[in-house]
Design a protein around this ligand. Structure first.
Ligand code: FE2
Length: 203
């Protein structure tokens, strides 16, 4: 009985946090929905179990929730950010992880959120983790996140590019920015979806 109540409270806490993000910054909310979908599709492709996929869905929806602590004017500033503004943006994975830990109680989801801007080559943030030291869920989120940023575009990011160009960039960054195995799975999953959409050889 207690377990059921706790689960219900947890789910309502997660839903509320997502609702706050949706009110505060609708573009980040929509981006998070797409990242959750893409990350779960990749996880399914990699053979993840249903329980882990559910956690990955929550992590995808909440991976940028730390942006609640970043000024909306910075989030939507067109053009170059100052050093201070970048610092504010770069704090969002750690802030998000703290929030997620408090609301979900899950260290696993919190770790995935904290490390979603780490890079396979160790040049990411906030901890400069490299290779397999980066939690696998974060490596999946990183590819989904970057893909969405490339095809949809962001004010402080580069301009939007086509799906094909984004997949090429992900291939190029395999072993640099991304876990090569995850990058390959993402590309294969996306190509399979394209075949399903258009039929073999179709466009
Ligand atoms: Fe992020």
């Amino acid at each position: 009985m207690v377990g059921t109540t706790t689960t219900r409270l947890l789910k309502s806490g997660i839903r509320h946090l997502i609702a706050v993000l949706r009110l505060y910054d609708p573009p980040t909310f929509r981006h998070s929905q797409r990242v959750a979908f893409l990350a779960c599709s990749t996880g399914r492709w990699l053979g993840w179990d249903p329980g882990s996929l559910r956690l990955l869905a929550v992590a995808g929806l909440l991976h940028d929730v730390g942006k609640l602590a970043v000024d909306r004017e910075i989030l939507h500033k067109p053009g170059r950010l100052t050093g201070e503004e970048w610092q504010a943006i770069r704090r969002h994975p750690a802030t998000g992880a703290q929030l997620v830990k408090r609301v979900t109680g899950s260290s696993r989801i919190a770790a995935w959120v904290r490390s979603h801007h780490e890079r396979w080559d160790g040049a990411g943030y906030p901890d400069g983790l490299a290779g397999p030291a980066i939690p696998l869920g974060s490596r999946v989120l990183a590819v989904a996140d970057a893909f969405d940023a490339m095809v949809v575009g962001r004010p402080y990011h580069r301009r939007r590019i086509t799906v094909e160009a984004a997949l090429e960039e992900i291939e190029h960054q395999a072993g640099r920015q991304f876990d090569p195995e995850v990058a390959r799975a993402f590309i294969a999953m996306m190509n399979a979806r394209a075949v399903l959409r258009t039929g073999p050889g179709g466009r």
